[in-house]
Ligand binder design. Sequence first.
Ligand code: UGA
Length: 434
Amino acid sequence: MKIAVVGTGYVGLVTGTCLAETGNDVTCVDINEEKVEKMNRGQIPIYEPGLETLFYRNIAQRRLDFTSNLADAIKDAKIIFLALPTPPGDDGSADLSYVLGAAKDIAGLITDYKVVVTKSTVPVGTADKVTAVFRANTSVEVDVVSNPEFLREGVAVEDFMKPDRVVVGTRSERARKLMEELYGPYVRSGNPIIFMDERSSELTKYAANSFLATKITFMNEVANLCELVGADVDMVRRGIGADARIGKRFLFPGVGYGGSCFPKDVQALAKSASEVNYDFSILNSVMSVNEKQKVVIVEKMRRYYKGDLKGKKFAMWGLAFKPETDDIREAPALYIIDELLKEGAEIVAYDPEAMENVKRLKGDTIKYAADAYEAVQGADALIIVTEWSLFRTPDFDRIEAGLKSRVIFDGRNLYDLQKMIDCGYYYNSIGRKT
Ligand code: UGA
């Protein structure tokens, strides 16, 4: 099927590439000509495991190309995906100007039936607004479909190719058939394509992310309580996760959730609710607990060093908001860095992918190490913020040789508690004994 994807950000690029992989003919459009030219030369603008292989293959086999000419891209396309930014405005609500602007441009160009799919996370009612733009600007028949993405950074290719479910919001039989045909190859294992109306589909996305953020936040609170009552959150997590109604996943306490999705979506859902005079109060708690959780590690450090962090040198392992990405949006590491710098501490950080991004933001207010062991050289303590695999089984001899004393603040519970204690560490993790 001929597909156009408008917007080559993270979602657009993963969507376009993965749609090409099953044999569709995909053209991605972006207004940034330099970016388009680079992509046509095979340069991939984002880091996402597994995407590069698919990207090269589909460009080489001419199923995937890039243009800045919208008219060319959509001319023969049956389905047009809108994967455009919806940044939060000053009041926290999503700014739809890119989405509505693109709809208007498309309306001025089309001559035959199109399915236009909103892939960006958009507030409830957006499909209706986009439909209104088409009605006002063209007499050509268009069905506007909501199809939220549930991709996790770091495993986005797998999430797209083998989704747990595909949610499609449309009340048009014609659009439904096309979407069924398009997604058929991705749900061969029997996972469902769930069809619903547009508003339910739009809300599904916010509810899913907000629910997951709530689940994590709940566990962070349980972890904090565990520390106060002498329980072990790893045990509690396993104890409750074995109940199929609760489930094992997304129960890992840590330094709070970050990234470009959870913080923005929880805030947007709370805002949407307040607009219809509904006080979705649990979401307000989730947001405020998460803010505190991001710097819980600094609180622990203050206690350990009796309020005096001035002049102390700390190694920080991990800057990205989670492993397998260079994304630092809303990353807890940034909040921890700010707090520690305020206290007059020195930080030497190491992250396998995110250091360049942090450098752009924080400059030389912190130091950057060439590898994990260089970071611990002469440090008073090691702080672990992101659970990259290479931090899971490090060479403790090299850590000990570098650290001034055996002190680790672990925001991700990477190591066996008893082993650390037996090795003479002061090991402060989340929701476990110290
Ligand atoms: C999230 C959702 O998981 C995707 O389904 C969704 O499509 C995406 O947002 C989006 O809306 O685009 P993502 O932000 O890439 O994906 O990352 P997650 O893997 O969900 O992690 C989010 C945050 O929660 C991270 O900061 C992570 O460290 C934290 N987390 C996750 C925990 O603290 N504990 C856990 O058990 C799981």
